[in-house]
Design a protein around this ligand. Structure first.
Ligand code: PMP
Ligand code: GLU
Length: 422
């Protein structure tokens, strides 16, 4: 007789979450590639650059110097100080050591914040299209994500009236992500003032995910919402990390800055969870934040060139419309004109998931369907890959889309989509 517990032995919460679709699709593309399939992967949410030399060296030195023991949960003091200095220099924010949390990546930090802040019955306002982990981390804390839409016409920045209507007594926090993944939305100072004012009226927290702050285009100026006023700072937790700016995705280093009491609780959660971010990587973080920043310039200049190319190519494609991102390294083209079309086998492509599946199968291009981000009319393309790969991928996408034909229900699909627009 089997003694294994049945599926009823799993916690209720696992039914409410799903694996990160971005990580799943990226891993699937890597697997196909390793099997020899000629895949162009435009799915990955990570820079294709190497971790800067001086950061690598600091990590190796830390290893050789025996810095391999547990560290304080809040990070080694040298890293805490480097973060404090960075926030002062770049964002005009003043924090003390007790206001800094360090974790194993921004995702880990956001998770601990969700655990420290959200209770059952709390609502968490998230602007769609959103980064995939925000709703699931709210679910994992038992809270309810309240998803509100943003419009292309507003640069995917939340309209203050829509936000005002969506907050209320139960709102615990508004999650803000500027520059944003997946759209590349960038909030100006005025946009941020409107959000801060509404958070003030409602008395809720602001969780400001600023992980793409350094990757901005055409002179867009990143402003941290916490820098608007002492009142806004007191209700904001700023989240950042080294994954994107310093090409350190696999090394896992992120941080948060906020009011002392909140950070104390976030540290407490992490002391029962990850204990500390990898010790030697923390020394790499010190080198990254305090060292030569020219690596950033080189990377952003390359991203800018690729962004211009990709946006130009997509907007020249029949039935595709692409917003020009202000930051991050993704484009989020609207492709809904292809919904209701049929591939060569007569299969109707009903949504972004079907279209992404079709592009993987026929064009061997891996990208993430917009549905994963709460924007089903779109696809997400990462341009954190070489120009050659981008050109090849876009040629393949153009060719594959050009071969689709309207199916019998095409008009119905398009009317339905038009009615859903706002
Ligand atoms: N926030 C956003 C918007 C992201 O795109 C990512 C991507 N991984 C993260 C947070 C988490 O980054 P990490 O855990 O690698 O620091
Ligand atoms: N944030 C990246 C992305 O959106 C990495 C994957 C993840 O952490 O989900 O693709």
């Amino acid at each position: 007789m089997s003694t294994e517990p049945g599926t009823t032995a799993f916690a209720e919460r696992v039914k409410k979450v799903k694996p990160s679709p971005t990580l799943r699709i990226t891993a699937e593309a890597a697997r196909l590639k390793s099997e020899g399939v000629d895949i162009v992967s435009l799915a990955a949410g990570e820079p294709d650059f190497n971790t800067p030399d001086h950061v690598q060296e600091a990590i190796v030195k830390a290893l050789r110097d025996g810095k391999t023991r547990y560290t304080p949960t809040s990070g080694v003091p040298q890293l805490t100080d480097a973060i404090i200095q960075k926030l002062k220099n770049d964002n005009g924010l003043t924090y003390g050591r007790n206001q800094i949390n360090v974790g194993a990546g921004a995702k880990n930090v956001l998770y601990a914040i969700a655990q420290a802040l959200f209770d059952a019955r709390d609502e968490v306002v998230i602007c769609a299209p959103f980064w995939v982990s925000y709703p699931d981390q709210a679910f994992l804390a038992g809270a309810r994500p309240v998803i509100i839409r943003t419009r292309e016409a507003d640069g995917f920045v939340v309209h203050p009236e829509v936000l005002r209507k969506s907050v209320g007594r139960k709102t615990k926090a508004i999650i803000l992500n500027s520059p944003g993944n997946p759209t590349g939305a960038g909030y100006t100072r005025d946009d941020l003032k409107a959000v801060a004012e509404i958070a003030e009226e409602c008395g809720c927290w602001i969780i400001s995910d600023e992980i793409y702050e350094k990757i901005v285009y055409n002179g867009f100026e990143h402003v941290s919402i916490a820098s608007l006023s002492p009142e806004t700072c007191a209700r904001t937790v700023v989240v950042n990390g080294l994954s994107k700016s310093y090409a350190m995705t696999g090394l896992r280093l992120g941080y948060a800055a906020g009011p002392e009491e909140l950070i104390r609780n976030v540290n407490m959660i992490q002391s029962q969870d990850v204990s500390n971010a990898p010790s030697i990587v923390q020394w790499g973080g010190v080198a990254a934040l305090t060292g030569d920043q020219s690596c950033l310039k080189t990377m952003v200049a390359a991203f800018q060139g690729r962004k211009d190319y990709v946006v130009g190519r997509l907007n020249a494609m029949e039935g595709v419309w692409c917003f020009e991102p202000r930051g991050a390294f993704y484009v989020f083209p609207r492709v809904a004109r292809y919904f209701g079309m049929q591939d060569a086998d007569g299969t109707e492509l009903k949504d972004s998931t079907a279209l992404a599946g079709f592009l993987l199968k026929t064009a061997r291009v891996s990208l993430v369907p917009g549905a994963a981000f709460g924007g089903d009319e779109y696809l997400r393309i990462s341009f954190a890959t070489s120009m050659d790969q981008l050109k090849e991928g876009l040629d393949r996408i153009e060719d594959a889309l050009g071969r689709l034909k309207p199916g019998p229900h095409y008009a119905n699909y398009q009317v339905h989509l038009e009615q859903k627009r706002f």
